[in-house]
Write a protein that binds this ligand. Structure first.
Ligand code: TXA
Ligand code: MG
Length: 342
């Protein structure tokens, strides 16, 4: 398959630019598109055959369910058995945005999309191109992250092309994704919210609406997570990653004292100043800026993995707010190799 590469032009209306790709989606094709979290690999979410193509293109296990992307509550309603009042409140507060809701599915959702299960995951992205594409397609879009299984989620269109060139009909380029980490996946159990995957809608934010906890497998790193995707080997760089945790100043001192130019460093600007300058140092942002870490994490890991580094040392941050999602992805990349600095 020859993959088209289309750069979005913001000096012109979006509708006509994405209209042809809405047609392609309705006809069962695959379209890679930007969202505010990461790039998605979209297909008609109500078409079993189209959804199967996603698994083939990504090389993804078919028991790992997909997220359906809609515009709003009206798009959600036909896909689920019911919308409980708590879910309505979450939708009013957080949609459109990076919150994925897991609910019992209605009959129109094919089990190909749900990994054979009785629940479906749905979110309403806020990114304008994503929204224009859903409108043009006129159907919910099943869209996992637009990477090959086992690679980092792409936050730019060239990263999508690296993985999926020749495997999709088109890649829509609208620059870097604002958030940079995948959406928060949450399920409603009794009147409690359970986070299957942490993201930009944080534990603290959800706790304002209902008692909220993390899925136990996320907390312990053991057992089978409720979001099947969390059990598969996630992006594991070629070289070993060591995650440093503890007080910021102590991490900084430890990294400076043991510095070795053969290593790659994923650090804040402040920590970088304590190290010799070099190509082996990727700065994710200012130390207090967890959102900047989220936005640059995957690119930083990719960059360091592709340089000649023998190991990667990553600076850990507080797990408050979006820091929880950052640390969750870092722990996976590091295969839980943590060095706690005392
Ligand atoms: O930000 C995002 O969510 C991005 C963009 C493209 O929207 N999409 C994304 O999709 O990250 P994917 O397929 O890479 O991750 C979906 C996660 C997986 O961990 C999957 O197991 C979980 O959501 N999931 C999907 N349906 C589920 C369900 N019914 N029950 C539990 N977990 C589910
Ligand atoms: Mg993914």
């Amino acid at each position: 398959m020859k993959t088209k590469y289309v750069t979005i032009d913001h000096s012109r209306p979006l509708g006509p630019q994405v209209a042809p790709w809405g047609e392609i989606l309705r006809a069962g094709g695959l379209v890679a598109f930007p969202t505010e979290t990461v790039y998605g690999l979209g297909a008609n979410g109500l078409d079993s055959e189209a959804a199967k193509k996603i698994y083939v293109a990504k090389g993804r296990p078919s028991d790992n369910p997909l997220i359906l992307h809609v515009l709003d509550r009206d798009g959600l309603a036909p896909l689920v058995k019911e919308i409980p009042p708590l879910v309505d409140r979450l939708i009013s507060e957080f949609w459109p945005g990076p919150l994925t809701l897991v609910l019992p599915k209605s009959d129109i959702v094919p089990t190909t999309v749900t990994g054979g299960g009785a629940t479906v995951a749905v979110r309403a992205p806020s990114q304008p191109v994503a929204r224009a594409l859903i409108t043009a397609a006129g159907v919910p879009l099943a869209a996992p992250s637009a990477n090959l299984s086992g690679r980092p989620s792409p936050v730019t269109a060239p990263a999508v092309r690296h993985d999926l060139d020749g495997r999709v009909d088109v890649i829509l380029d609208d620059g870097a994704c604002r958030i940079g980490l995948e959406s928060t996946v949450v399920s409603l159990q009794e009147n409690e919210l359970v986070i299957y995957r942490p993201g930009a809608i944080t534990l603290e934010m959800l706790s304002a609406f209902a008692p909220t906890r993390l899925d136990t497998a996320l907390v312990t790193g053991q057992g089978i997570p409720k979001a099947p995707g969390m059990k598969y080997r996630h992006y594991a760089p070629r070289v070993p990653v060591y995650l440093y945790t503890g007080e910021t100043e102590k991490i900084r001192a430890a990294l400076a004292k043991t510095y070795d130019s053969r290593r790659g460093y994923l650090v804040s600007a402040e920590t970088a100043r304590a190290l010799p300058a070099g190509e082996n140092i990727y700065i994710w942002g200012e130390a207090a800026d967890a959102a900047a870490y989220a936005a640059h994490l995957y690119q930083g890991l990719l960059y360091l993995d592709e340089t000649a580094a023998e190991e990667i040392y990553a600076e850990g941050i507080s797990d408050q707010g979006i820091g929880l999602a950052v640390m969750n992805r870092l722990l996976k990349a590091a295969a839980y190799q943590v060095r706690e600095v005392k």
